[in-house]
Each structure stands twice: as structure tokens, then as C-alpha cells.
Design a protein. Structure first.
Length: 392
């Protein structure tokens, strides 16, 4: 799948940088174009792979390149005001060559959580290609303002995109881990999972052809209908002689290549279970999932149709969904067989319920603050009515 990736804010820019590194390392060709948008000049300068001409500094007249200080209302205002500057960088993207836009943002800060939904709304108004979001939720230990930003931004972002893929830092930070070290590892995990998912179906000249092709249309159909998505991942190391085996042997079950077909099938079904029931990018109960997609990657001789079909049927049973797609993504040079599962339209998500409660409480607090401010203003007016002209 070919994507136009736009990183909004510090976390978004760093993750786009990581995707470009992944592309260079694996040759997957996921990122057709990359843009980074920020209110902080230092964050843009710290990127390594996003082209200089595609690094967009917004809000210079308001914050002078120093960022919005976790103020996501200001982040949204700045994005609205300078949307033409962002569009200027997007104009260089060969949109006819991309399958979708992917806006990546940390939802706890000010620039990304405020600006990403603004950009999503803008892109959907102009382009016919799907616009997806990849939102990174802050850990609960990062502070109340970040949780509040995420709660407010989440509701807007999920409404403005065609589907919101979510990664929850809270489920992935290790105890005692430094913030910087933790984020670097988390970004690697994000790119690994979504890299295999979006890389499926991108076959180059001379590449191994998948037995059961997963192409961009399968991913788009799984993400259609909106809502929230999460991704599961599991892998197992295998011996890779890289001796071919090839498509024919996977159809016929030929075991001349020394690979035990029954063992290969069992490995695939086991990895499907681990991916679905293990640590998801956004922890949730998988029952009630509206749509799902299974992608198995690895050396072609370790992939087979029977295993993928069994894994797909098991997913149907567990999710209760009749829209479960599946296929393989051969990577001849890999030493791992990996399973990636995209669960789209998930419903039973404790973290989202928690964020919604935070948003409701924050809204109540905002009303209290407004009422208190009005009372204070009335008191001031009453105290000074002999000295000041009436305000109303």
C-alpha cells in the first residue's frame, strides 16, 4: 500500500522518520511521500529522513517557532490559520500514485492533538483518497494535561478521519524505563506492526508472488466504515535456507523442500492466536470487532494457504465478524514468520471509555470555571459600580 504520510507534531514527525528508515531497510516502498508539520523549529531540525522541503513550520507569527506548550486549542487555531502552508507541501505529493493519506500524531501534546484533526478535515474536503489517522495515546504517568488533550482530541480525530488506528503508550511503556528510551522503543514497535500491514501486496520486480494476495484494496475495505482500529503482532524465528520452495510447492503441499506442511500450518494458526490475544496496539476485547484482516509474512516456504485459512476462520469465530480477510506477504530474506492482525471497528475498549469519562469531567469543570469567572466579574462590577461606568 502506497501512503502519503504526514507527521503532525513532535511524535508524528519522529514516527514518519522511522517509517522512512523502515522503507530504506526493508525496501517495502510504503512511504510514497513524507511531510512533517510542527510549531517547534527544533523538532523539525531534529528529523533525519524527512526531506527539508517537506518540513513545514506553522504558527510563526503566534509562537515564534517555540511550540504551543501542550495547548491543543492553540494548536488547532494555528493549524487553521496556516493550513495553506501545509497544503503547499502536500501539493508536491503525486496523489495519483498513493492509495491513502496517513496523518500521524501524538494525542497528548498541543500541536499534534490540536492540528491533526484540522488537517484531516481539510484533506477529506479536497481529495477522494481515504484519509486515515494513526493516533498515539499518552501514558497516564505523563500528566493530566496530556490525558485531557488526548480525551478532547480523540473525539474530534476519530470523527474527521476514515479510520483511526490507535497505539496506546500506556500499554507499552516498561516500568522504570526512561521517557526517551521508552519512546524510541515504542516507535520501533509502531513501525514494525504497521510496516508489515501496509507493506502487504507491494510486490517489486522479481519478488516472490503471494499465494493469497493481500493488496491495498483489502486493507481499504477492512478500514472502511470508520471507527477505531488496533493491530496485533506475533512472530517466530525459523530456519531460512532461502532455497525457494516457491508458489507451486505451497499449492501442492510438496514436502521435497524439507518443510513439514502440518508443522507450518500449526505454526501459522498458533501465531494468529498470539497476535489476536496478545498485546494489541490498543488493548481491547476482540469480540464484536466489525472487520478484520490477517497478514502472514515470512519466507515463502514457511507460508501456506491451509494455515492462513484456518487462522482466518478462527478469527471469524472469536470476533463474530463475517468480514475477515486474510493472505500472505512473502519475504524471502526473513528469518521470521510473523502474523499481523488488523481489527477494525473495535467496540469494547477500556482505555477509550476512560478517555471519554475524562472528557466529560473536563467539560463539567470548564462550565464550573466559566460560571466562577462570571461570578467574579459580577462581583467586580458591583464593587466598582460607583467608580466605573456600567459594563452592561
Amino acid at each position: 500500500m502506497k501512503l502519503a504520510m504526514i507527521g503532525f507534531g513532535q511524535a508524528g514527525g519522529k514516527i514518519v522518520d522511522k517509517f522512512l528508515e523502515y522503507d530504506d531497510r526493508t525496501g517495502s516502498g510504503i512511504v510514497r511521500s513524507a511531510v512533517a508539520v510542527n510549531t517547534a523549529k527544533a523538532d523539525l531540525m531534529g528529523l533525519e529522513r524527512v526531506p527539508q522541503e517537506n518540513r513545514v513550520l506553522i504558527g510563526q507569527s503566534r509562537v515564534k517557532g517555540h511550540g504551543v506548550g501542550a495547548d491543543n486549542e492553540l494548536g488547532a487555531e494555528v493549524a487553521e490559520e496556516d493550513i495553506d502552508e501545509v497544503q503547499g507541501a502536500i501539493d508536491s505529493i503525486p496523489v495519483h500514485e498513493v492509495d491513502a493519506f496517513l496523518i500521524i500524531a501524538g494525542m497528548g501534546g498541543g500541536t499534534g492533538s490540536g492540528g491533526a484533526p484540522v488537517l484531516a478535515k481539510h484533506l477529506k474536503r479536497i481529495y477522494t483518497e481515504p484519509v486515515y489517522g494513526l493516533g498515539v495515546l499518552p501514558g497516564t504517568d505523563e500528566g493530566g494535561i496530556y490525558t485531557l488533550n488526548a480525551a478532547r482530541s480523540f473525539q474530534t480525530f476519530v470523527r474527521e478521519v476514515d479510520n483511526l488506528l490507535v497505539f496506546d503508550n500506556d500499554a507499552w511503556r516498561k516500568a522504570g524505563e526512561s521517557v526517551e528510551g521508552g519512546y524510541a522503543e515504542i516507535n520501533d514497535e509502531i513501525v514494525k506492526r504497521f510496516g508489515i500491514l501496509f507493506g502487504a501486496g507491494e510486490v517489486g520486480q522479481g519478488d516472490e508472488v503471494a499465494e493469497s494476495v493481500v493488496d491495498s484494496s483489502e486493507i481499504i475495505n477492512t478500514l472502511s466504515g470508520g471507527g477505531v482500529s488496533t493491530v496485533g503482532y506475533a512472530r517466530e524465528e525459523v530456519e531460512n535456507e532461502n532455497d525457494g520452495g516457491g508458489l507451486l510447492s505451497r499449492f501442492t503441499g510438496d514436502e521435497d523442500d524439507g518443510i513439514d506442511t502440518a508443522h507450518t500450518t500449526n505454526r501459522i494458526t498458533s501465531l494468529v492466536r498470539k497476535a489476536a490475544l496478545g498485546r494489541l496496539t490498543l488493548p481491547c476485547e476482540i469480540e464484536g470487532t466489525e472487520r478484520a484482516l490477517l497478514v502472514m509474512s515470512g519466507p515463502p516456504q514457511h507460508l501456506n494457504r491451509k494455515g492462513i485459512e484456518r487462522g482466518r476462520k478462527w478469527l471469524e469465530e472469536q470476533t463474530g465478524s463475517m468480514e475477515v480477510r486474510g493472505g500472505d506477504y512473502p519475504v524471502p530474506s526473513s528469518n521470521y514468520v510473523a502474523g499481523v492482525i488488523l481489527l477494525s471497528g473495535v467496540n469494547d475498549v477500556p482505555r477509550i471509555k476512560e478517555l471519554q469519562q475524562v472528557a466529560i469531567e473536563a467539560q463539567d469543570n470548564i462550565e464550573e470555571i466559566r460560571e466562577e469567572s462570571e461570578d467574579n466579574l459580577e462581583s467586580l462590577v458591583e464593587d466598582d459600580e460607583d467608580e466605573l461606568e456600567p459594563l452592561f
